[in-house]
Design a protein around this ligand. Structure first.
Ligand code: SAM
Length: 194
């Protein structure tokens, strides 16, 4: 394992992550929105998350910026990072498969939106956020730079902390008691833990 292999793996897996989303983004554009909580707050959170998970790590990979925050590359750490990134990708795929046409990048309920409680959603109610947390941890393990490595945890962590309760309120407004029952029997991110 070398720094170049680690960076290449990060870029290839990140491309896989975004490619996986393309058909869902296209389909969601064609499906009318019935209820939305997408305002300036949500757009700010999406911008913060995209900066931490996308712009900062790719700027680092392309230029080495900020060099002052670099620390020595650890091959074992990077190997674990690749394993965690693959786990994130698998989880991400499972969430898209289960959500299907109910997928949205933002806080939106679509026309004829169905509450999904099967597939990976049987075990936790925010498995896509589990996948994002895994990806942010993989970024920290793969990029030996305190800023570029940890910007994913800070960026996505900010989105998660300010969004998750609001998303649950939206789902209660849209689905009522069935979502409350679903909440009562599932954890948010890790089965039986959190
Ligand atoms: C970016 S997705 C994230 C979904 C979920 N929070 C997760 O982490 O797997 C956000 C959209 O998914 C939809 N959504 C969330 N949970 C859902 C569920 N159990 N069934 C159907 N749609 C859901 C909501 O409409 C929300 O706007």
């Amino acid at each position: 394992m070398t720094p170049t292999i680690a960076k290449t793996a990060f870029v290839l897996l990140a491309v896989g992550w975004w490619v996986m989303r393309i058909p869902h983004v296209r389909r969601s554009r064609r499906t009318p929105v019935a209820r939305s909580a997408r305002g300036w707050r949500e757009i700010t959170l999406l911008t913060i998350s995209t900066t931490g998970l996308g712009i900062i790590p790719f700027l680092y990979i392309a230029t080495g910026f900020p060099k002052v925050a670099a620390y020595p590359f650890q091959p074992v750490q990077a190997s674990i990072g690749i394993a965690v990134a693959i786990a994130a990708l698998v989880m991400f795929r499972l969430t898209h498969k289960a959500l299907g046409r109910n997928w949205s990048v933002s806080l939106e309920v679509r026309e004829n939106h169905k509450l999904v409680t099967d597939g990976i959603y049987r075990y936790v109610r925010h498995p896509m956020y589990t996948a994002f947390w895994l990806w942010a941890v993989a970024q920290a393990l793969l990029l030996p730079n305190f800023v570029a490595g940890f910007s994913g945890i800070v960026g996505f962590g900010t989105l998660y902390l300010f969004r998750v309760a609001q998303e649950e309120r939206l789902m209660i407004e849209a689905f009522g008691e069935p979502y409350r029952t679903y909440m009562a029997r599932t954890s948010r991110l890790i089965p039986w833990l959190i």
